[in-house]
Write a protein that binds this ligand. Structure first.
Ligand code: FDA
Length: 940
């Protein structure tokens, strides 16, 4: 191998520091000459500052952003920001493109263009992306030379979702075909960009399919592959294999990978394995190994070595020379504006160079610009090291050190959330399909009532059905009557002393075992949710994962609460506080989180030492039975944990009123919650406990969208918050308050985005949305839609077909704070959009509700975010993210006002509601005993 150092000597004369000062001086000189600046640039400058105020930026960027803090200099700064931004992102018109082609031609280099834009959330946006690329191909053909473009498959469809790979791929390919056809006519190069890890298989599969569809036509296919992913060598082999099989030259653009921070953060958040290397040296070393692999297959692969790293490029040049690969057999690629002097040096060394040129609107391309900016300024960025810190060449050329970070030792005591299933993995998809099939084979069973000591008799049964196919019977279950409720309470009363005396550690162990069993059965349980309550795959899995979390979290909490807790030292009289169970608990749970909420409330009662009687919601009784089975299999005694399905008003009310019940844990509607509170306050003859009611009720949750909010995020997250599980979550968004002129664009994007989602039976992963829970719910929601028509303007109504209890989603605008649609809980896919003139007014409107459960804010202004933190008083406030999906332990969940009386579930204080505290004081001042000096505690 020739020496990379040798190549560096060729590149060295043009190294950056000299140029850097020239560029920065030029920026400042130009600043004063620019006159009127458009809004986009003002916004851009402001956003740069608010995004990056905490970053320690050096060089031009840092100075610019610091200057931006002085309003008097703002126009000059804005001008500089615009110029600087345009160094990275070219304006999208034929003249600008011709100009940049001349500019890169002078290096000399060729170009590949990338149409940068907003996230594609709607069909129209995807169509527009295709149109821009077709137009671009024509402009490039007209400019002469071989047109070359880079495309993102995720921009070709609003739903490029790996959970449904076949149809996602087809949706993208439908739009890609005309582009490839045009590229074939023009002999153009089309490179498929690589995106986030979870889209990778989808992108590679689509690329390979495309090769089959467009065999030896004139287009030049290429794909970008990322060296930061440990699984990339396998993908490189697959593409090389495809090239050989089809006897077709393919371009592989070898990059390091642009999503490193996001991949690491998301994997940590989801508790998934991190899909990228954690040490930069590992990425760099794999980059070199893959460079060599591509060069070794240069008969079928055209390697495009895309980097700005002096070492990586020097290595590639050396490796190519070693193999005798001339400039026509490979090329270097760089991003426009990233390392101009290095680009010039590469070109001067006789290597073929291509510049990757993003083009588009400045504001829409802000995400791209921010990414470039972050990359430029990251501590381990080669650009920072080369140009800001001006490290010496020997340092920069050091071979990569592929040292892997030792993995952290497993934590045994700390609570960790259950990872959700990664449905982007084909193996997970296959096993979930299998679970759905297995569950479907066990339909139609009849489940007897199981209350110890009750006489066997023929009882009325409830038929459990699939809301997506009401004629499909999932099973039947015997319903309890008053006598069974009495028997269940008698059993629990008898069990109480024994269960209370069972050591807390033993109770916690049973819960931990139940968590393990539920983990083993999680796919079947989630599959049953898909059928019984019509949750889609992800929602069903998340519900079961949350249930597992509750089992483990409360078990661990109980371990810390168990035993004696010394109070403040009182010499001569050691005092201990103890947590004691209260007595028989009745758990009345809803159907919308059929496993999680029932498990959470029941576990809290049980682990604290209270026998529990579960009264499940009618539409989710089969799931409740499965939970009972798990708890019993884990070792929960039969009389300690009982389940009594039955008529709510009758059995539920009887349990609530009963003199021997000490706790009622309820989650459901305000109407029922308030009536339980009232009934529980009545003291019945023979009653010895003041009943404790832990009560979680509804919400009328609002999201505030600020004037400057990132609509890409706001639209998608509002869509998920409002329409996820058909709006049947107490945390769901049912009001959106948009500040100022963002309103119309927000509404139209939201409506068009929603229109891309299909409604249908959720066992098909294509259907993100399914039916509502019952025919009665369907009627009630439709009734609200009629009310909405009279109160506001119906801005969008979806279309649904099918025999199930479907309600087409509706978006209303022009809703006023006094309207019923703005005040009443609907619990369905109906969203009211309201306008506010200012951010303050929007927060006031959001708070104008009886409920205060969840709330959301989308804003990029730190001062508005701070204001929301202070004033937007709801149980769970979410900033710049969806308002559903709280995580146990991390985001304790529960509301204020009419949303609940309880302490937040999944938080540090929840369990205490199920217990009394007792204090025991012992006088140790006996004759002849000298107490320790004051201030020292007596150890128990
Ligand atoms: P440098 O040597 O500084 O490497 C920075 C990179 O190292 C980071 O981007 C990251 O990948 C990796 N890294 C940083 N910290 C790390 C750590 N602690 N552990 C492990 N690895 C770490 N990207 C993409 O994902 N898809 C694409 O399609 C393209 N397309 C593209 C085309 C062209 C022409 C170029 C030049 C670049 C791309 N990129 C891309 C971007 C590319 O992946 C990469 O982000 C930049 O080129 C920066 O890498 P350098 O080698 O230039 O710098």
């Amino acid at each position: 191998m020739t020496d990379p150092d040798g190549q560096a000597r060729v590149l060295r004369p043009l190294l950056y520091p000299r140029q850097a000062s020239r560029i920065s001086r030029r920026n400042y000189r130009c600043a004063g000459r620019l006159q009127i600046l458009d809004l986009a640039v003002q916004e851009l400058a402001r956003h740069f500052r608010s995004y990056l105020q905490d970053h320690d930026l050096g060089g031009v960027w840092g100075r610019l952003l610091r200057l931006g803090n002085y309003p008097l200099l703002a126009p000059a700064v804005r001008a500089s920001v615009q110029r600087l931004a345009r160094e990275f992102l070219v304006a999208e018109d034929e003249r600008s493109i011709a100009r940049v082609l001349r500019r890169v031609g002078a290096i000399p280099a060729s170009a590949t263009f990338d149409a940068v834009g907003e996230a594609v959330l709607t069909a129209a946006e995807a169509e527009h992306y295709v149109y821009r690329n077709l137009r671009l191909l024509d402009w490039l053909a007209a400019a002469g030379g071989v047109p070359a473009i880079s495309v993102k498959l995720s921009a070709l469809t609003a739903r490029f979702d790996p959970i449904d790979p076949t149809r996602s791929k087809e949706r993208a390919l439908v739009r890609l075909r005309p582009l490839i056809a045009r590229a074939s006519e023009l002999g153009a190069a089309v490179t498929v960009d690589m995106e986030q890890h979870e889209l990778k298989s989808l992108i590679v599969d689509a690329f390979v399919d495309l090769l089959a569809e467009f065999p030896q036509t004139g287009w030049q296919p290429g794909i970008a592959l990322q060296a930061y992913a440990p699984d990339t060598p396998g993908i490189v082999e697959r593409v090389i294999g495809a090239a050989r099989e089809r006897d077709r030259k393919l371009c592989i653009r070898l990059v390091k990978g642009a999503y490193w921070d996001t991949e690491v953060a998301l994997a940590e958040q989801r508790n998934w394995p991190v899909p990228v290397f954690l040490e930069k040296g590992e990425t760099d070393a794999q980059y070199e190994a893959l460079t060599a692999r591509l060069f070794d297959n240069a008969d079928v692969i055209y390697p495009a070595i895309a980097s700005h790293n002096l070492r990586s490029l020097s290595h590639a040049i050396a490796a190519a020379r070693l193999r005798g690969l001339g400039p026509d057999r490979w090329e270097v690629q760089m991003l426009l504006g990233m390392a101009n002097p290095l680009a010039e040096a590469v070109a001067a060394s006789g290597v073929k160079l291509r510049m990757y040129i993003p083009m588009g609107d400045l504001l829409a391309g802000i995400a791209y610009l921010i990414r470039r900016l972050m990359e430029n300024t990251a501590n381990n960025s080669v650009l920072r090291q080369t140009y800001v810190e001006a490290q010496n060449v020997t340092q920069l050329l050091k071979p990569p050190q592929p040292v892997a970070t030792p993995s952290a030792p497993p934590t045994t005591h700390e609570f960790a959330s259950t990872p959700l299933l990664d449905f982007s993995r084909p193996a997970v998809q296959a096993s979930f399909r299998q679970a759905l099939n297995d569950v479907a084979r066990s339909f139609d069973q009849a489940w007897p009532l199981d209350i110890a000591g009750s006489a066997s008799q023929r009882l009325q049964s409830q038929t459990c059905i699939n809301p997506a196919r009401p004629n499909q019977v999932l099973g039947s279950i015997e319903l309890g009557e008053i006598a069974h409720a009495e028997q269940a309470i008698a059993n629990a009363v008898r069990a109480f002393d024994r269960w209370r005396e069972t050591p807390a550690e033993q109770r916690a162990e049973i819960c931990m075992r139940a968590a393990d069993l539920m983990t083993e059965r999680r796919q079947r349980l989630a599959a049953l949710e898909v059928f019984e309550v019509a949750k889609n795959w992800r929602e069903a899995d998340a519900d079961v994962a949350e249930a597992i979390d509750y089992l483990r979290f409360y078990a661990q909490q109980m371990r810390t609460l168990a035993g004696r807790h010394p109070t403040i030292c009182y010499p001569g009289e050691p005092n201990h506080l103890l947590y004691e169970p209260r007595g028989v608990a009745v758990v009345i749970a809803p159907w919308n989180f059929p496993v999680a909420i029932l498990t959470g409330m029941t576990t809290a009662a049980l682990v604290a030492g209270n026998p529990a009687i579960m009264k499940p919601a009618g539409p989710s009784t089969l799931l409740a039975l499965q939970l009972l089975q798990i708890l019993r299999d884990a070792g929960m005694p039969r009389d300690v944990c009982q389940l009594i399905p039955g008529n709510g008003p009758q059995i539920g009310a009887h349990l609530v009123d009963h003199k021997d019940v000490a706790i009622i844990a309820f989650t459901g509607s305000r109407e029922v919650g308030l009536s339980i509170l009232q009934r529980a306050a009545v003291v019945h003859p023979g009653q010895r406990e003041v009943k404790r009611v832990v009560c979680e009720m509804g919400g009328k949750n609002a999201i505030v969208i600020d004037r400057d909010a990132d609509l890409d995020e706001a639209v998608l997250h509002t869509l998920l918050s409002a329409f996820g599980y058909q709006g049947q979550k107490c945390s769901a968004a049912s009001r959106v308050i948009v500040v100022g002129e963002a309103h119309d664009r927000f509404v139209s994007r939201l409506a068009e985005a929603l229109d891309c989602y299909s409604y249908g039976p959720p066992e098909d992963p294509m259907n993100v949305f399914g039916p509502v829970i019952t025919a009665a719910a369907q009627r009630r929601i439709e009734n609200y839609i009629e009310i909405g028509r009279s109160e506001g303007r119906l801005a969008y109504r979806g279309k649904v077909r099918g025999e199930g209890f479907y309600v087409a989603p509706a978006i209303f605008t022009d809703i006023e704070p006094g309207h019923r649609l703005a005040r009443e809980e609907i619990f369905g896919p109906v969203l009211s959009v309201m306008r506010a003139r200012t951010f303050d007014a929007a927060i006031a409107m959001a708070l104008d509700s009886d409920f205060a459960l969840t709330g959301g804010v989308f804003s990029r202004l730190p001062e508005h975010i701070e204001l929301a933190r202070r004033r937007f008083r709801v149980g769970n406030l979410y900033i710049n993210r969806k308002i559903t999906g709280a995580t146990v332990g991390a985001q304790p969940f529960g509301g204020m006002r009419m949303s609940g009386t309880g302490v937040q579930a999944g938080g540090p204080d929840y369990l205490k509601q199920f217990m009394w505290t007792r204090v025991i004081t012992e006088n140790t001042l006996r004759h002849g005993f000298v107490p320790p000096p004051q201030g020292l505690s007596v150890k128990s």
